[in-house]
Design a protein around this ligand. Structure first.
Ligand code: HEM
Length: 307
């Protein structure tokens, strides 16, 4: 991978892409400079507080301006694009699965009596159906859908019966793992129930066909064992807790306050034979992998709830 840097690809990158990069770098620099300028007045410790105070244990040096700028760029992309993609995907799947939308909306409106009571709290954190709706959207359409490369260390590694020598990069794309039927049966159906022990039985009793076998202790454990939207291990997402908090808050408040429906005439997610192979499936929120993701829609109508 580092070899790519030596190819000087930036010199042949199309103008439009390059202009976008320059704009983004300028934005990141402005944000970073402003944060550094205001450091003395900032009382709450945030990611940047730790970066500004960090010292190399051997040299005693802090991060250079360029290094801080690079961290700022990572944090801006990692912290904004991902969570907004998940919120768009969750709204898409809820709007394409009306009983699920109704169940989540009713759960939120009966759990919280006022809009203001929906805040970072145990009640929000333990709202299992809300969390399951987010997790199922991240599984179906992972916001970081590609693979997170990992380099094989000295001595090589045997993976799935194959030997990989030292230095080789390996990885499994999150999208592929998220649709592995061994972990996620009926993987192209949006089923938050697969994340909640006991919920499949309830659904089957209500007559929702095809839900048998969902939500058993073993099936939930199996689903969780392969969940990788945030990656896992020491390089896994640093902002996972914060991401859950902001996504839960936004989704819960929106559905508590508004009745939502798809914009009239919307054909998003209807599939079409003219689409490229792999993009024709009905009911899937399509993402384009750009390390994070590019998405289209959904276009949603919001109406203040009646009572
Ligand atoms: C739904 C939201 C999010 C998803 C799906 C997500 C996903 C990921 C993934 C897949 C990685 C790569 C880990 C690896 O290489 O193994 C990552 C890294 C990272 N994420 Fe997130 N992320 C989200 C939100 C956030 C937020 C809100 C922040 C902070 C503001 C954040 C900060 C970071 C940072 C700093 C890294 C780099 C960690 C490292 O290299 O040690 N992320 N994230």
């Amino acid at each position: 991978m580092p070899g790519i840097l030596k190819l000087h690809l930036t010199e042949i990158i199309p103008n439009k892409l390059d202009t976008g990069m320059k704009k983004f770098k300028a934005y990141s620099k402005a944000q970073s400079d402003e944060r550094i300028r205001n450091d003395a007045h900032i009382k709450i410790r945030d990611f940047y507080s730790y970066l500004l105070q960090a010292r190399d244990p051997e040299t005693g040096k802090g991060f250079s301006e360029d290094e801080l700028l690079s961290e700022a760029s990572v944090l801006i992309v990692a912290g904004s694009d991902t969570a907004s993609t998940v919120l768009a995907a969750t709204l898409f799947y809820l709007l394409h699965n009306p009983p699920t939308l109704t169940h989540l909306t009713e759960t939120l409106r009966s759990t919280f009596s006022t809009l203001e009571s929906i805040r970072s709290s145990p009640a929000l954190n333990t709202c299992a159906y809300l969390r399951a709706c987010l997790d199922e959207a991240m599984r179906f359409s992972p916001p970081v859908g590609g693979l997170m490369p990992r380099e094989v260390l000295a001595g090589g590694a045997v993976i799935d019966g194959e030997f990989f020598p030292e230095g080789v990069e390996v990885g499994v794309p999150h999208y592929a793992l998220s649709h592995n039927e061994a972990y996620y049966p009926d993987s192209f159906s949006y089923r938050p129930e697969r994340w909640i022990v006991g919920s499949g039985r309830e659904l089957t009793e209500k007559g929702d066909m095809g839900t048998e076998g969902y939500g058993t202790e073993e099936s939930v454990q199996l689903a969780q064992s392969a969940f990788c939207a945030f990656s896992i291990g020491p390089r896994g997402c640093l902002g996972k807790g914060m991401a859950y908090m902001e996504m839960s808050l936004v989704l819960a408040r929106v559905l508590w306050l508004y009745d939502v429906k798809l914009q009239a005439g919307s054909t998003l997610g209807e599939g079409n034979e003219s689409f490229a192979e792999g993009r024709r499936r009905r009911g899937e929120f399509q993402l384009i992998d750009t390390f994070v993701s590019k998405a289209d829609g959904p276009m949603v109508e919001f109406k203040l709830r009646a009572e």
